[in-house]
Design a protein around this ligand. Sequence first.
Ligand SMILES: Nc1ncnc2c1ncn2[C@@H]1O[C@H](COP(=O)(O)OP(=O)(O)O)[C@@H](O)[C@H]1O
Ligand SMILES: Nc1ccn([C@H]2C[C@H](O)[C@@H](COP(=O)(O)OP(=O)(O)O)O2)c(=O)n1
Length: 421
Amino acid sequence: MTGRMMSRFGPWSAYAFALEFDPKCDPVYFSLNPKRSTQVPRLFKDVVAAGERCFSIHVRTEDHIQRAQFYGGLKHRLLKGLPTGCAVLNMSAFLPNVRDSVVGGYFIKDASNSAATEILLGEMLCNDPVHVCTYLCGHEGSQWSQHQWSRTEDGQVEASEMYSLRPMEKPEVHPSTLNIINSDVFYSFDDAYAVLKQCGDIIPESKAVLDLVDQRLECKEETAFPVIVIEGLDASGKTTLTESLKEVLGATLLTSPPQCLSPWRARFDAEPPLIRRAFYALGNYLTAGLMGHEARRAPVIVDRYWHSTAAYAIATAVGGTVGNLPQAGSEVYAWPGDLPTPNLVLLLHLNPQERVRRLQVRGQDKTVEEEQLEANSVFRQKVEVVYQRIRGPACVTVDASPSADQVLRQVRLLIRDKCHS
Ligand SMILES: Nc1ncnc2c1ncn2[C@@H]1O[C@H](COP(=O)(O)OP(=O)(O)O)[C@@H](O)[C@H]1O
Ligand SMILES: Nc1ccn([C@H]2C[C@H](O)[C@@H](COP(=O)(O)OP(=O)(O)O)O2)c(=O)n1
């Protein structure tokens, strides 16, 4: 395998690369040039020290389940197997502005002086679906070159193809947004279902989930009562408000994912995004069936639904700052055409200080993503911006900082106004 053809998108040399030396800053972008060039500005100045050796590893398989699983475990394998003195940085290969073209990978900066790095990467090249490259620096740090590894006929590893690195302008859209559709967010039941179906052999629990999904209720007739979804970050007051609404409206309370998926949630939370997000997407369709059924006899209040599924998925997938999110109006913020819409979606908004205070008062277990929300204010901002960009239906923002009684009063007025209920 020479590595010459990379994917359905064409040869390796057509790819651009985004290398994250510092997650808070823009990546360093470069492309490949088959010819050696003399007039190249310094590319990795101040980020690669003299004497450090550099490598990259990218996932090379067209099977999207295998790709997701392998990439999901790759960083851990590298951190475990590489010698002390190595740093593992995010690095993606992509075709600028081409949807679904991103190939995930890592850049390894190695200050170890140990042969263990080459041994590990050589073994991975032989046994796993990966591209491996070495990076060499020419005269006075001006010209970097990439040397792609390949296997010789007698099973040895050699660095054969060589390209010069050419610095590149920041692309119009951040590369991390290119693969969102059908890898992080699913816009139809069939697309999410297909992912869990293909996982049947590697994740036996998928079968139990699909059995439940196959038996889901479907309600096509008009319902007599409104369906109101309550969204917001953890500790914004959703449980408090939904319990009160249940009381005062005599409503049925539902959640997404629904109770029946609880036994499998932790299992799917541990899977890579492709599989995890497909699980949550199917949870929405199950809840949708219950919504239609229950809204024939009483108002329905739903704790989280599609807005949460899309917002957490997009905020996690998009690297760096809020500015890297797809623009408002992008197709990634569209509602799935086959997912029933509620009558009203309310987003509880809370300032970060009050949210942290409430989290401390409550002090219970959180999902990893919820822990990340606390640790990472950029991630929290991205979730909130995505909540507000989703359309069809868009959410109505409610100030959740007043007392629980005042929030309830405000929400009842909104429900009366928008749902005549
Ligand atoms: N309006 C409010 N004012 C003050 N504290 C609140 C208010 N709403 C909820 N809380 C408290 O904040 C914490 C988080 O609320 P909760 O309803 O569990 O949020 P969520 O379901 O969104 O995670 C709980 O301890 C709750 O009692
Ligand atoms: N409909 C939903 C609900 C939750 N999620 C995901 C998004 C986050 O990772 C978690 C947040 O849910 P969690 O139950 O921890 O939040 P609350 O305790 O309800 O505040 O679940 C989802 O993707 N789709």
